[in-house]
Ligand binder design. Structure first.
Ligand SMILES: [Zn+2]
Ligand SMILES: [Zn+2]
Length: 175
């Protein structure tokens, strides 16, 4: 756990430092973000890589959501591996924007997100990360009997899915 804390803390500090060079965030924003608590998502989470959990609305200190309304930010434990450094920082930055009160994924949110120096890598890194998670968490292989295409999934396909190439019904094989 100590090593996890170390990697997480140094990433948070690194994100805050980069944010201090972005001409959008105030000193107060950054000081508020320093107080945010972090935790980890379950390691079998595949589609969620980070989540900001807010306190129930009746416990908010202000009408307009801000960082004092945040209970915890959870990130995926696999993000702590060294090869995900760039994506890890993108995810922490993304959650920090939520923490500052930008709750929805709207134009304003994405404009702020786009200020991150490596944001161009978000999509490709996110897809790669998801593929790794899918592989790690899969118990089923969906196979096309005709063209040998394999898809890794946590659930059975149970005859509900067809191959995109040849329209054959996919077969389940346990891993
Ligand atoms: Zn988000
Ligand atoms: Zn096929």
């Amino acid at each position: 756990m100590n090593n996890v804390n170390h990697i997480l803390n140094s990433s948070i500090n690194s994100v805050l430092k980069t944010m201090s060079y972005i001409d959008f965030f105030s000193k107060k924003d950054l000081d508020d973000l320093k107080k945010i608590k972090f935790g980890l998502l379950r390691k079998n989470s595949v589609y969620r890589h980070g989540v900001t959990r807010f306190l129930p609305k009746n416990k908010w200190e202000s009408e307009i959501p801000n960082s004092s309304c945040v209970k915890v930010v959870d990130i995926h434990p696999l993000l702590l591996e060294p090869e995900w450094k760039i994506y890890r920082e993108i995810i922490i930055y993304h959650e920090f924007i939520h923490c500052l009160g930008y709750l929805g994924h709207n134009k304003e949110f994405y404009n702020i997100e786009s200020l991150w120096p490596t944001i161009i890598q978000k999509k490709i890194q996110g897809q790669k990360f998801m593929q790794v998670l899918q592989q790690k968490n899969s118990t089923w292989r969906w196979i096309c009997p005709k063209c040998d295409i394999q898809i890794l999934r946590q659930r059975r396909s149970s005859g509900r899915y067809i191959c995109k190439k040849c329209n054959c019904k996919l077969i389940d094989r346990e891993i």
